[in-house]
Design a protein around this ligand. Structure first.
Ligand code: PLP
Length: 226
């Protein structure tokens, strides 16, 4: 474990003071590292790879809330649908259709975030703001009974330039506020806009300043990934 218990408690305090949730990103970390953090009270963990999550989940306590934060392929949804708590990376209606289908099979409602592309790099996944809006508007009429759209997720550019990152977080914050306002006056049965997932080890403090209420922190907690 890279982080000391007191440093972890400081991180936890920072998130609690801003009413946000700390998701500990445990990708490529062993089950034992997750168990250590669990013993300190951490319950929200994030994973990027379906195979890895499927292997870890049965070995760990059932009250862990698993966040899927990697790129999700439609044909793999069925493996995580029985237990996943929140899918952060929805980037198409086709994927939502499959999440709804698999959630129904498991008699569950799966909460989802729409991933918005805010970074300069081409490599980051997610919908452009206009595409995200089109999807949200179409979902107002949807009959998906087994999903709940809970908000937005984004990743800032991999950059040292704080102004660049701040500008990207600000954009996502503005989009989040806009749709939160919109859906408060235009309620839709499968939309409950309350979660803004942004901020990682290097930029979570900046993200909290721009209204993030869910940060995804990996290497700062667990150390470098092998
Ligand atoms: C790996 C990952 C994180 C955590 O990154 P760190 O820099 O290790 O904190 C957060 N979000 C996503 C989507 C990731 O893939």
């Amino acid at each position: 474990m890279a982080i000391s218990k007191s440093a972890f408690n400081t991180l936890l305090k920072e998130t609690q003071e801003t009413n946000s949730t700390l998701v500990a990103v445990s990708k490529l970390q062993p089950v034992s590292a997750i168990e250590s953090l669990y013993a300190w009270g951490q319950r929200n963990f994030g994973e990027n790879y379906v195979q890895e999550l499927m292997a870890k989940q049965p070995q760990l306590p059932a009250d862990i809330q698993w966040h899927f934060i990697g790129h999700l392929q439609t044909n793999k949804v069925k493996y995580i649908a029985p237990f996943v708590h929140l899918v952060h990376t929805v980037d198409s209606e086709k994927l939502l259709l499959e999440i709804n289908r698999q959630a129904a099979k498991n008699n569950r409602v799966i909460h989802c975030l729409i991933q918005v592309h805010i970074a300069e790099e081409d490599s980051k996944f997610g919908l452009l703001p206009g595409q995200a809006e089109a999807l949200l508007i179409s979902l107002q009429q949807s009959t998906f009974k087994n999903i709940m759209i809970a908000g937005l997720m984004g990743m800032a550019s991999f950059s040292q330039d704080e102004h660049t990152i701040a500008g990207e977080f600000k954009l996502l914050q503005q989009l989040f506020n806009k749709y939160q306002r919109y859906f408060s006056t235009h309620p839709a049965p499968h939309i409950a806009f309350n979660t803004l997932s942004m901020g990682m080890s290097g930029d979570y403090q900046l993200a909290l300043q721009y209204g993030s209420n869910m940060i995804r922190v990996g290497s700062l907690i667990f150390g470098h990934r092998s």
